[in-house]
Design a protein around this ligand. Structure first.
Ligand SMILES: *Cc1c(COP(=O)(O)O)cnc(C)c1O
Length: 250
């Protein structure tokens, strides 16, 4: 397994290993599906960023994917993010944090993450703003919306958003770039499409409020089972794990 190789071997291109060709094949297949879906929505592949979700994937398996040109990676657990970011610090990777973030993990997460997709409350936003101020930085974030209404999911409710974005815009060390959401578990692909369309409509509605300091260009939505409909409905970022790592193992 690649993850058993020493650091010197890991740092070199892994051309020729079956896992490399599998990853490249998966990456190309996902990329082609994104491009086709983008075209159906009147856009191009360049309008959609693929974030490769690496939860349960070893750092050594991430290297060949980075070598193949995929440099946006997503993690949903702070500790895993921190340790992978450290192991892969020699690569120009952009780390996206996509999971539930506790306030006591904010500082360590900001130290390595390019963007936090999953801001699910104003107290978390305030903690991010304070930590970013201490670092003299402005941090790019997305607000997570519980679009499916599933009580097990985190996120703001759509109806509270007009009020919340006005409050959120007061924090000067965060840059609110858009919204993130997940489709409901039940209801299949057509349910997913409805949820994604609803997220886009919430975004459009909020954009129409013209709140100063708010840029809501990004829509982070779509995972392995539903990224094509997400792109058709306007996703600018898809977060894909299992479809990229199919057949590869950890
Ligand atoms: C795991 C995860 C993904 C990727 O899921 P796959 O079905 O493996 O593509 C995307 N977004 C979030 C928030 C996740 O936790």
């Amino acid at each position: 397994m690649l993850s058993d190789l020493g650091p010197a071997r890991q740092a070199r291109p892994t051309g020729g290993l079956p896992v490399m060709s599998l990853l490249v094949e998966n990456l190309q297949a996902v990329g082609a599906r994104i491009a086709a879906a983008a075209q159906r929505s009147g856009r191009t592949a360049a309008d959609v960023t693929l974030v490769a979700v690496t939860k349960s994937i070893a750092a050594g398996t991430i290297r060949p994917l980075a070598a193949a040109g995929c440099l946006d990676f997503g993690e949903s657990r702070p500790q895993e993010l921190w340790s992978k970011a450290e192991s892969l610090a020699d690569l120009p990777i952009r780390w996206h944090f996509i999971g539930h973030l506790q306030r006591n993990r904010v500082e360590g997460t900001l130290a390595v993450a390019t963007r936090i997709h999953s801001v699910d409350g104003l107290r978390l936003l305030a903690a991010i703003d304070a930590a970013a101020a201490a670092l003299n930085r402005r941090v790019s974030v997305l607000l997570e919306i519980n679009i499916s209404g599933d009580s097990a999911k985190h996120g703001f409710m759509p109806a509270e958003m007009p009020q919340r974005v006005r409050e959120a815009a007061a924090y000067s060390h965060v840059q609110i770039r858009g919204l993130m959401g997940m489709a409901g578990i039940m209801g299949g692909i057509e349910r997913a499409r409805r949820d994604f369309r609803a997220l886009r409509e919430v975004r459009d509605q909020l954009r129409g409020l013209n709140v100063a300091g708010l840029t809501l260009d990004e829509l982070s939505m779509g995972m392995s089972d539903d990224f094509e409909v997400a792109v058709e409905e306007g996703a600018t970022i898809v977060r894909v794990g299992s479809a990229l790592f199919a057949g590869v193992g950890p």
